[in-house]
Design a protein around this ligand. Structure first.
Ligand code: BGP
Length: 462
């Protein structure tokens, strides 16, 4: 299908950019911050960049926000480090931590940049982890208490909240993020997170009249390798397990029936306590946020013990699962330097599918290209990133023309930051931070070519 004319992005479209606390802030123990699971993970590996200093945004947020403003950002998506504001995860509040986010929010608003606040982005307070983390139902109460604090202290100025970043990635690939859980435990943890999310969304609506809140899983399209009906079913299975479960829970407050059947069949179904079903149904999101990087392609499981494979460097972390799916190669897609697939058309497909299923406005909270950018004569020529983002924005505009309601685009990342598991050399930002993996240098901020491109783009589209 083609259009003679494409729909224009609305004037108030929230062109933005994203970061997360543990990847950008540094100041890991500054002013009373408690450790998070990410700090504990860093301490276990001295061969990878740790998050102690990261991009030192904690100490340089004013300079950073000024640069965001000069880039013309209309929104900025960041996360609050739970253990910065409640060092033990539950109980005492660290006013210094609150002050940091108050200052950051005020600074953003001074430049008319809409703050978009993620409550929880991979950095559970270590104190809670030591008490069982998400296996322990007390973590649900702790999350609700923490949400209340965030809504009460920042809700007078923040209008958009995201609950949990990429819950599906934490559940499916928790090991890559430092968790060591069995599959059974992972689904019990997921159940507790669903409850925490529902309670937090409900509380947000009770406390704040104007605020909007939504989930932020990593949502993609899963293609069948061929038109064999078995491959199609495999793609459908994996799409339900990997993606729809998380949005269905946020929206319907009910387990996707296919996924529930799969969980029961394997003895992975979580334990429900009395009242859980009501809690899950007791809240609805106002919008859906998705992180999109690339699609996946799968074929039918051979069920012969060979489905599970590990493809080094592959973003899809395509392990496969006996009886469910098998990783397949998509010969139609290119890859980034880090072997992540590039599929802008899949972005449009994904946006259409999410809109069709839920009919809620969509925010894109992540999308971007990680590359080992180089600083040459004081400049970074990241034309590849401009090309990547341009292709995705074109497809987003097509989706908009298809009728999908989209209101925000916040590519990853506003500035260079530490990758979740591939160090500082893998850069995503519009702003280069001059540091190496281990040599912090002066952490100078240097706008890349993509910074000037995005500035021009936002300027002519708003
Ligand atoms: C998403 C995470 C982000 C970010 C991004 C890039 O899954 O929400 O925190 O890290 O992916 O991934 P990576 O850092 O592994 O390259």
């Amino acid at each position: 299908m083609f259009y003679k004319q494409l729909k224009k992005f609305p004037k108030n479209f929230l062109w933005g950019a994203s970061t997360s606390a543990f990847q950008v802030e540094g100041g890991w123990d500054a002013d009373g911050k408690g450790p998070s699971v990410q700090d504990a993970l860093g301490a276990r590996h001295d061969d990878i960049t740790d998050f102690k200093v990261a991009s030192d945004h904690y100490h340089r947020y004013q300079e950073d926000v000024r640069l965001f403003a000069e880039m013309g950002l209309k929104s900025y998506r960041f996360s609050v480090a739970w253990s910065r504001v409640i060092p033990d995860g539950q109980g005492g509040v660290n006013e210094k931590g609150i002050e940091f986010y108050n200052n950051l929010i005020d600074e953003l608003l001074r430049y008319n940049i809409e703050p978009i606040l993620t409550l929880y982005h991979f950095d559970l307070p270590q104190a809670l982890e030591e008490r069982g983390g998400w296996n322990n139902r007390e973590t649900i109460d702790a999350f609700v208490e923490y949400s209340r604090l965030v809504f009460e202290r920042f809700g007078d100025r923040v209008k958009y909240f995201l609950t949990i970043n990429e819950q599906n990635v934490m559940v499916l690939h928790g090991n890559a993020l430092g968790a060591q859980s069995t599959k059974k435990e992972s689904y019990q943890q997921a159940h507790h997170m669903f409850l925490a999310q529902a309670l937090s969304m409900k509380l947000c609506h009770e406390l704040l009249d104007d605020a909007k809140i939504g989930p932020a899983p990593n949502i993609i399209s899963v293609y069948p390798e061929t038109c064999s009906p078995e491959d199609v079913i495999a793609a459908d299975n994996w799409m339900a397990i990997r993606c729809w479960l998380y949005l269905d829970m946020a929206y319907h407050g009910e387990y996707n029936s296919l996924v529930w059947a799969y969980l029961c069949d394997r003895g992975l179904e979580p334990e429900f306590q009395e009242g859980d079903a009501e809690i899950l149904k007791g809240a609805k999101p106002d919008f859906i946020s998705i992180n999109y990087y690339a699609t996946m392609t799968v074929s039918a499981s051979r069920n012969d013990g060979t489905d599970v494979t590990h493809r080094e460097g592959d973003q899809q972390i395509m392990y496969g699962e006996e009886g469910v799916y098998r990783a397949a190669v998509n010969p139609h897609l290119g890859k980034t330097q880090y072997s992540w697939l590039i599929d802008p058309v899949g972005f449009r497909t994904t946006l259409r599918a999410v809109w069709d299923k839920y009919r809620l406005p969509i925010m894109i909270s992540e999308n971007g290209l990680g590359q080992g950018d180089e600083l040459v004569d004081g400049q970074v020529d990241d034309q590849y990133r401009i090309d990547y983002l341009t292709m995705h924005i074109e497809q987003m505009q097509l989706a908009l023309t298809d009728g999908v309601e989209i209101f925000a685009y916040c590519p990853w990342a506003a500035m260079d930051l530490v990758s979740t598991h591939q160090g500082y050399g893998k850069r995503y930002g519009f702003i280069y931070i001059d540091r190496d993996e281990f040599d912090l240098k002066e952490l100078k901020r240097i706008p890349k070519k993509s910074y000037f491109w995005y500035k021009e783009f936002i300027n002519s589209n708003s």
